[in-house]
Ligand binder design. Structure first.
Ligand code: UDP
Ligand code: MG
Length: 331
C-alpha cells in the first residue's frame, strides 16, 4: 500500500495550484503585525483554489516586541516563518534575506503596514498565471504622501531615469510579484550597494502592471527619514550607472578647449595692446571656478571609490541570528 502524505493529498486535490511566498521585512512594527495578518489571512482564505501562500517575516533587528508578536501568531497550521537578523541592516538587506528564504513559485515582497494594498494580490496572480514573470504594483496616486515626499520622489525618478542604464518605472516600490525564475536570478546578484527596485528592473523578463491606491500606515510611524532616502537614492544611482564619472571627460575637454581659445585671445590682445595689469577679478573667478569643479569631480570619484571598498570588503549583506521556518507536514 502506498502512503499518501498530506502534501501529496493537497496536490492531488488541487493539481496546478502554485505556492506563493509573501516576504515581509519588519522593523519595530509590533502594533502592525496583528492587523496585517488579520487582513492577509482573510484574503488568502478566499484564494485557496488559486494559490497556496506562506509568509516569511524578516525581523530587521527590531528593538520592540515585534519578534514576540510574530512568534505568538506562529503555529503548525499557519504557514508563517520568521527570520531574525542580528541587528538592523535596513530594508534593502532585509528584503534580500527574505528572497533567499522564500520557497514559493512566486514571491511577493510586501510592507507590513498595509500601505501596499493586499487586495490587489489576486489581480497580480492572475497576470502571473497569464504569463507575466514580474507584476509591478504601481501607486495610482500618492496623496497619502506629503507634498515634499512627492516632489523629491518625482525628482529622484527623473534624475535616475535620465542617467541610469536601465530605467525604473515611476511610483513602483518593492511591492510586486516575482516569478521563481526571476527570484533565482536576483539571488545571484550579491552586490552590497543596492537599491532593490533598480535590480528588479535590471533583470528584465516579461513585465505587467497593476494599479493600487496607497493608504496611510495601519500603525506606527515610517522609519525612512529624508536623509536615509537621500542616501538610498545616491546608492541607487551610483550603483546603476558610471555616467557621472564619464561626464568629466566631456566637461574637462570642453573647458580645456575654451581655455585654449581664451589663452589665444589674451596672447593676441597682449601683442596688440601691450601688457595689461588689471585682471585680478577674472583671475580669481577662474581659480574659484576650476577649484570648485575639481573638488566636485574628486567628490564623484570618492562616491564610487567608497562603494568599491564596500564591495571588495565582501562582507555579507545581513547576518541571521536565528530562523523559525514553517515546515510543511511530512516534509
Ligand atoms: N523596514 C525594515 N527595515 C528598516 C526600515 C523599514 O525592514 O530598517 C520595513 C518596515 O517595517 C516596513 C517596510 O520596511 O514593513 C517599509 O517601511 P516604512 O513603512 O517605514 O517605509 P515607507 O512606507 O514610509 O516608505
Ligand atoms: Mg510604509
Amino acid at each position: 500500500m502506498t502512503v499518501v502524505t498530506d502534501v501529496e493529498q493537497q496536490d492531488l486535490a488541487s493539481p496546478n495550484v502554485p505556492c506563493v511566498t509573501l516576504v515581509v521585512p519588519v522593523f519595530n512594527e509590533q502594533d502592525a503585525i496583528g492587523p496585517f495578518l488579520d487582513q492577509i489571512e482573510q484574503l488568502l482564505k478566499t484564494m485557496h483554489d488559486v494559490a497556496h501562500f506562506d509568509i516569511v517575516f524578516v525581523n530587521d533587528g527590531s528593538r520592540d516586541g515585534t519578534e514576540l508578536a510574530i512568534r505568538s501568531c506562529m503555529s503548525p497550521d499557519r504557514a508563517i516563518s520568521l527570520v531574525n537578523l542580528s541587528r538592523n541592516f535596513g530594508k534593502e538587506a532585509a528584503l534580500w534575506a527574505g528572497l533567499k528564504y522564500a520557497t514559493g513559485d512566486a514571491v511577493i515582497p510586501i510592507d507590513v503596514d498595509l500601505q501596499d494594498d493586499p487586495t490587489i494580490i489576486p489581480e497580480m496572480i492572475a497576470k502571473w498565471r497569464a504569463g507575466a514573470q514580474i507584476v509591478n504594483a504601481r501607486r495610482s496616486d500618492r496623496s497619502s504622501d506629503t507634498w515634499i515626499k512627492r516632489v523629491t520622489a518625482q525628482g529622484f525618478y527623473r534624475v535616475f531615469n535620465a542617467v541610469a542604464d536601465q530605467p525604473i518605472p515611476q511610483d513602483v516600490g518593492d511591492f510586486r510579484l516575482l516569478d521563481r525564475q526571476v527570484v533565482d536570478v536576483l539571488c545571484t546578484l550579491s552586490e552590497r550597494v543596492r537599491l532593490n527596485k533598480a535590480l528588479f528592473g535590471w533583470v528584465g523578463f516579461p513585465t505587467e502592471e497593476v494599479l493600487f491606491e496607497r493608504h496611510q500606515r495601519s500603525a506606527g510611524v515610517s522609519t525612512f527619514s529624508y536623509w536615509r532616502l537621500w542616501n538610498m537614492a545616491l546608492d541607487g544611482i551610483f550603483a546603476s550607472t558610471t555616467k557621472p564619472l564619464r561626464i568629466w571627460t566631456y566637461i574637462g575637454s570642453s573647458l580645456a578647449l575654451l581655455s585654449f581659445v581664451y589663452a589665444g585671445y589674451l596672447f593676441l590682445r597682449t601683442l596688440v595692446f601691450g601688457v595689461d595689469v588689471p585682471g585680478y577679478a577674472s583671475t580669481v573667478v577662474l581659480i574659484l571656478l576650476f577649484g570648485g569643479l575639481n573638488l566636485f569631480a574628486v567628490g564623484i570619484l570618492g562616491e564610487y571609490i567608497g562603494r568599491i571598498l564596500t564591495e571588495v570588503r565582501d562582507r555579507p549583506l545581513y547576518v541571521v541570528r536565528n530562523a523559525y521556518l514553517h515546515q510543511e507536514p511530512d516534509t
